[in-house]
Design a protein around this ligand. Structure first.
Ligand code: URA
Length: 235
């Protein structure tokens, strides 16, 4: 990888700023001052230092975002703001993408990473990664719905879903529920409720696999995963 890309990725500024560092003889590779910013280095095999401090190269980033409504789960879009538009330039440089999708109007836990293998594992239908949602429902959610979801429901396109664990948090004409599902079909939660003649009016994802949305993250905020969270996710 080019030295200027590596240093820029690791937060040493733009390529132009990195060039100034290199010109000032601040950067060494294996103890030798480097003069050419385009030099190719292997961050695993070579020691890169800036002002004598070792630069530890990080290839992947893992971010937990509290996705706000009105923003789409994509890397770019002509019309709408995307979740990537909410990131600092430092994180954008890693070219991350959202792991799966939340609808434009859905809020809550969204993992954003550039680790394709982890993404594949989390989204693979074979892995059955559980996702828990909180929703407000226009309609009276009852025991019959809990039973129906436990069996799986048939969506309007004929697909029969895997079982979902439905919990009623507040009963009434406007119900509040929690639903755990292990699939990620398009608009799945909304369509499961449509299958029992009810309408989701608010939807928020609370967790994905072993990770819960950090309650300290306000809508639109994000943070890097901790080592422990990352280990849990990779198990
Ligand atoms: N199910 C939905 O209907 N929408 C989402 O955003 C996520 C799950």
């Amino acid at each position: 990888m080019r030295l200027d890309k590596l240093l820029s990725n690791m937060g040493f500024g733009s390529r132009k700023e990195v060039k100034i560092l290199v010109k000032g003889q601040a950067v060494k590779v294996d103890g030798e001052v480097v003069r050419d910013v385009t030099k190719h280095v292997d961050p695993d095999a070579q020691a890169v230092t800036v002002y004598g401090e070792r630069v530890l190269y990080q290839e992947f980033i893992y971010l937990m975002m509290h996705k706000p409504p009105g923003v789409i789960s994509a890397t770019e879009d002509k019309h709408d703001q995307t979740v990537i538009d909410l990131l600092d330039p430092f994180h954008v440089q890693f070219e991350p993408f959202p792991v799966g999708r939340l609808d434009k109007d859905t809020e809550g836990f969204l993992l954003i990473t550039n680790d394709g293998q982890l993404t594949h594992n989390l989204l693979s239908p074979k892995k059955h990664v559980p996702k828990v949602y909180y929703a407000k429902i226009d309609g009276k959610v009852e025991q019959a719905d809990i039973d129906a979801f436990a069996e799986g429901v048939t969506l309007e396109d004929g697909y029969h879903t895997k079982p979902g664990k439905l919990k009623i948090l507040k009963a009434g004409e406007e119900s509040e529920i929690e639903l755990e599902i292990s699939e990620g079909k398009f608009h799945q939660v909304k369509r499961m409720f449509e299958a029992v003649d009810k309408k989701v009016t608010y939807l928020k994802r609370l967790s994905m696999g072993p990770l819960e949305l950090d309650k300290d993250l306000a809508l639109g905020e994000y943070r890097e995963l901790t080592e422990d969270e990352l280990n849990l996710l990779k198990q």
